[in-house]
Design a protein around this ligand. Structure first.
Ligand SMILES: Nc1nc2c([nH]c(=O)n2[C@@H]2O[C@H](COP(=O)(O)OP(=O)(O)OP(=O)(O)O)[C@@H](O)[C@H]2O)c(=O)[nH]1
Length: 134
């Protein structure tokens, strides 16, 4: 039987200067070296927004809540032999300083600068949508 799609949630954190946070996937992970929005896989039975709150806590040491996650857009793709459904939320409100705990590098960039980044294929339509939305 075909596998269920892999649901991944990600956040465009937007600061008061309308810059967006991106981070670089570390060596040893799939797609190492590519730039991405923070987030990760939704666990079985987990609500997508709860998964993103958890991932932001684990990856960036910030606290946010479901009400602060605005659904923005989505993308589809393939991860090896599995369908990927990538849900992107915009988040402008969180508590704490963003301290990346897993990334090999990170940046706050203006939306036009995202186009020049080396990102996973699924992220390219997300960048174009953010450019239109923000
Ligand atoms: N977080 C994130 N993942 C993305 C993006 N674009 C994209 O294709 N992905 C893919 O979605 C999947 C997310 O997996 P992950 O490895 O970040 O998830 P995770 O934090 O749950 O990691 P784990 O498997 O080590 O527990 C990866 O295959 C990743 O390459 C993106 O912008 N952000």
């Amino acid at each position: 039987m075909a596998k269920q799609p892999l649901v991944v949630v990600a956040a465009a954190l937007v600061d008061s200067n309308t810059r967006i946070f991106v981070q670089q996937r570390p060596p040893g992970k799939a797609m190492a070296g590519l730039w991405e929005f923070p987030g990760g896989k939704v666990e079985p039975g987990e609500q997508p927004e709860a998964a993103l709150v958890r991932e932001l806590r684990e990856e960036l040491a910030i606290e946010t809540e479901t009400a602060c996650l605005a659904p923005a857009t989505f993308a589809t793709g393939m991860i090896e032999d599995r369908q990927l459904l990538l849900l992107l939320y915009v988040c402008r409100k969180w508590k704490g300083q963003v301290v990346p705990t897993e990334a090999s590098d990170s940046r706050w960039l203006h939306k036009q600068q995202l186009f020049a980044l080396d990102m996973p294929p699924a992220d390219q339509p997300l960048v174009a949508m953010l450019d239109a939305l923000l």
